[in-house]
Design a protein around this ligand. Structure first.
Ligand SMILES: Cc1cc2nc3c(=O)[nH]c(=O)nc-3n(C[C@H](O)[C@H](O)[C@H](O)COP(=O)(O)OP(=O)(O)OC[C@H]3O[C@@H](n4cnc5c(N)ncnc54)[C@H](O)[C@@H]3O)c2cc1C
Ligand SMILES: *[C@@H]1O[C@H](CO)[C@@H](O)[C@H](O)[C@H]1NC(C)=O
Ligand SMILES: *[C@@H]1O[C@H](CO)[C@@H](O)[C@H](O)[C@H]1NC(C)=O
Ligand SMILES: *[C@@H]1O[C@H](CO)[C@@H](O)[C@H](O)[C@H]1NC(C)=O
Length: 544
C-alpha cells in the first residue's frame, strides 16, 4: 500500500515511466520540439513562461509529466485521443492566467499532460463582415493589435490585461473597458471550434446551440479544447479619451468612493471608470494611507467627457489636464498600465507586465457600501503588505442582457464587481499562509456588503476556496460542485450540468472546479482506478 502510494507520489516527477512512452508512441509525432519531459532542458522555462501565478509553480506544486505544444489542430486531436486511450489526465493551457494555475498544475490523480496552445495564435480579421477568427493561444493584446492594424475604428470588447490567452479567457466570459457599451467578449461570440472528448473537431453548427451556449461563459477545461473563436467586431470612434485620477484618504477618498458606487453604474455607456484601491505612503512620511485611483476609458472626445463628469461626478475634480485623447489601441496600453512611451507593437510580444505570488477572490455588489463599511475595509488594508482591490462598474449593456442568455449570470441589479488581491514575492509556505489567511478574513468580513443567496463570484477569477467550507462539502462531491457552480453561474449551473452530462458523459475534461456530470442516482458508481484516474464505464445514457 505504502509502496503504491509512493509510486503515485513520485511518478509525476520522473520521466522514464510507461506514461511518457505510451503517450509519445501513441501520438506518433517525430518533432522533438513539441514534446517535453522534465528531463528536457527547456521544460522548466516552457512550464513557467506563461505561469502567471508563481504560487502555482512553487516546488511543492504538482508538475506535468509531459508538456505538449501542438502546431496544428490535428496534433490536439491526437493528444486527446491518446490521453483518453491511456487514461491520462490533460490540462489545457492558453495564456496561463488561471488564478489557481489549473491550466498547468493539478491536485487530482497524477500523472497529467499539459497541452500548451502557445504555438497556435493566428488572427484572421475580416473587415468586410466585421468579424475575426482568433486561435486559442493568441493573447488579447495580439488580437487588439491585429484588428486595429486593419481599421482604426474596429475593436474587440475583451479583457484589460493584454497578456490574457484567448482560450481560457473568452470561455469564462471576458469583460473589459467596453463592457458597459458592448457586453462581454462571450456576448459577442459568433462561432467557435472545439475538440471534444472523442477528438472530433466541431464548429457551432456541429456542436449544437446547447454546447455553444455552455462554452460562452461556462469556464475553461469542462467541455473540450477550444481551438479558436469567431468574434464580432465593434465600432469605436477614431479618438477616445482616458484618464487616471488619484485620491488618498487625506484628499477625501472615502466620500468620493461612496459617490462613485452610486454614479459609475448609471453613467453614459460610453464611459467606464474602474477604481484601484491600494495602500501608499503619505508623501514625505512613513505613514501609510489608502489611495484610490480612478482609471477610465471614454469612447469619445475629452470635452464631452468633461461635461459628463461635471454633471455626474464633480467630486472627483477631473481637470482638462487629466484627460488624454488617443486611438483605441493606445487606450488599451494606457488602461493596462503601460507608460506612454511604450509603442503599441509591445502587444505582439504577448508578455505579461508582471508575475508574482498571489491569491485573489471576487464579489458582486448590489447596494452601495456605506462610508463606515469602507472605513472598516481600510483598517484591514493597512494591516496587509500589498493589498489591492479593483472595483469594476456594471450597468449599461450588462443590465440589458438576460441572466440566462449565456452562462455568465451577473447582470441587471449589479452595481459593481470587487476583485480582491494580495500578492507577495516569497516562496515560503508560511508567508503564503499568512497572506491567504488575510484575504479569507477580509472576504468573511465583506459578507454583509455583497450579493447573497448565492454569494456570487466570477468564474474567470477562479477561487478554490469556494465550496470548501460548505456543509457536506468534500473534494469530490457533487454538493461541493453545486456550491461553486451556483456562485459562478446561479441558475445556469443546472443547464451547464445537463449539457456536460450529454457532451462529455465520461467526464474526460475535468479539473478541481470543472462542471460535473450528473451523479447516477441508485446506479452503479463509476469505478475510479487510483493510479490512472481511469473511468470504467457504468451507465452512459442519462435520461432527463
Ligand atoms: C493579471 C490578470 C488580469 C486579468 N484581467 C482580466 C480582465 O480584464 N477581464 C477578464 O474577464 N478576466 C481577467 N482575468 C482573468 C482571466 O480572464 C482568466 O484567468 C482566464 O481564464 C485566463 O485565460 P488564459 O487562457 O490566459 O488562462 P489559462 O490558465 O491558460 O486557462 C484558464 C482555464 O481555462 C482552461 N483553458 C485554457 N485554454 C483552453 C482552451 N483552449 N480550451 C478549453 N479550456 C482552456 C484551462 O485549463 C484553465 O482551466 C485576468 C487574470 C489575470 C491573471
Ligand atoms: C523559469 O525557468 C527558467 C529556466 O529553468 C529559470 O531560469 C527561471 O528562473 C524560472 N523562473 C521562475 C519564476 O521560476
Ligand atoms: C517632500 O519633500 C520634497 C523634498 O524634500 C519636497 O520637494 C516636497 O515638496 C515634499 N512634499 C510634500 C507633499 O511635502
Ligand atoms: C433592471 O432592474 C430594475 C429593477 O431592479 C428595473 O427597473 C429595470 O427596468 C431593469 N433594467 C433592464 C434593462 O431590464
Amino acid at each position: 500500500m505504502l509502496l503504491l502510494l509512493l509510486a503515485i507520489l513520485v511518478c509525476p516527477f520522473c520521466s522514464s515511466t510507461p506514461v511518457h512512452d505510451s503517450f509519445h508512441q501513441c501520438l506518433s509525432v517525430d518533432d522533438q520540439d513539441i514534446f517535453f519531459t522534465p528531463d528536457d532542458s527547456s521544460y522548466t522555462l516552457l512550464l513557467n513562461t506563461t505561469a502567471l501565478n508563481l504560487r502555482c509553480i512553487a516546488p511543492y506544486m504538482a508538475k506535468p509529466q509531459i508538456i505538449f505544444t501542438p502546431l496544428h489542430e490535428n496534433h490536439i486531436q491526437s493528444a486527446v485521443i491518446c490521453a483518453k486511450k491511456h487514461g491520462i489526465q490533460i490540462r489545457v493551457r492558453s495564456g496561463g492566467h488561471d488564478y489557481e494555475g489549473l491550466s498547468y498544475t493539478s491536485a487530482m490523480d497524477p500523472p497529467y499532460v499539459v497541452i500548451d496552445l502557445s504555438k497556435l495564435r493566428r488572427v484572421d480579421v475580416n473587415v468586410k463582415d466585421g468579424s475575426v477568427w482568433v486561435e486559442a493561444g493568441a493573447t488579447v493584446g495580439e488580437l487588439y493589435y491585429r484588428v486595429a492594424e486593419k481599421s482604426k475604428t474596429l475593436a474587440v470588447p475583451a479583457g484589460l490585461c493584454t497578456s490574457l490567452g484567448i482560450g481560457g479567457h473568452i470561455t469564462g466570459g471576458a469583460y473589459g473597458s467596453m463592457m458597459r457599451k458592448f457586453g462581454l467578449a462571450a456576448d459577442n461570440a459568433l462561432d467557435a471550434k472545439i475538440i471534444d472528448a472523442n477528438g472530433q473537431i466541431l464548429d457551432r453548427k456541429a456542436m449544437g446551440e446547447d454546447v455553444f451556449w455552455a462554452i460562452r461563459g461556462g469556464g475553461g477545461g469542462s467541455f473540450g479544447v477550444l481551438v479558436s473563436w469567431k468574434l464580432k467586431l465593434v465600432t469605436v470612434p477614431e479618438t477616445v479619451t482616458v484618464f487616471n485620477a488619484q485620491k488618498t484618504l487625506e484628499q477625501g477618498a472615502t466620500k468620493i468612493l461612496y459617490k462613485w458606487q452610486q454614479v459609475a453604474p448609471k453613467l453614459d455607456e460610453d464611459l467606464f471608470i474602474r477604481v484601484f484601491i491600494q495602500t501608499s505612503n503619505i508623501p514625505n512620511t512613513t505613514q501609510r494611507t489608502i489611495s484610490t485611483t480612478y482609471n477610465a476609458l471614454y469612447l469619445g472626445k475629452a470635452d464631452k467627457l468633461q461635461e459628463i463628469m461635471k454633471q455626474n461626478f464633480p467630486e472627483l475634480g477631473l481637470t482638462t489636464k487629466d484627460c488624454i485623447e488617443m486611438s483605441w489601441l493606445e487606450s488599451v496600453l494606457f488602461i493596462a498600465g503601460y507608460p506612454r512611451s511604450v509603442p503599441t507593437s509591445v502587444l505582439l510580444a504577448g508578455k505579461p507586465t508582471f508575475v508574482n505570488y498571489f491569491k485573489a477572490k471576487s464579489d458582486f455588489v448590489k447596494e452601495p457600501i456605506p462610508e463606515k463599511g469602507l472605513e472598516e475595509i481600510w483598517e484591514r488594508f493597512l494591516e496587509e503588505d500589498s493589498p489591492l482591490m479593483i472595483w469594476n462598474p456594471y450597468g449599461g449593456m450588462m443590465s440589458k442582457i438576460s441572466e440566462s442568455s449565456i452562462p455568465f449570470p451577473h447582470r441587471n441589479g449589479t452595481l459593481f464587481k470587487i476583485q480582491y488581491i494580495t500578492s507577495w514575492m516569497d516562496l515560503d509556505k508560511e508567508v503564503m499562509n499568512k497572506h491567504v489567511d488575510w484575504i479569507r478574513k477580509l472576504y468573511n468580513y465583506m459578507t454583509q456588503h455583497v450579493s447573497m443567496f448565492p454569494r456570487q463570484a466570477y468564474v474567470n477569477y477562479r477561487d478554490l476556496d469556494l465550496g470548501m467550507n460548505d456543509k457536506n462539502g468534500d473534494d469530490t462531491s457533487f454538493v461541493k460542485a453545486s456550491s461553486f457552480g451556483t456562485r459562478y453561474f446561479k441558475d445556469n449551473f443546472n443547464r451547464l450540468v445537463k449539457i456536460k452530462t450529454e457532451f462529455d458523459p465520461d467526464n474526460f475534461f475535468k479539473h478541481e472546479q470543472s462542471i460535473p456530470v450528473l451523479p447516477l442516482k441508485g446506479k452503479t458508481q463509476r469505478f475510479k482506478h487510483p493510479k490512472w484516474g481511469k473511468v470504467k464505464k457504468g451507465h452512459k445514457k442519462i435520461h432527463h
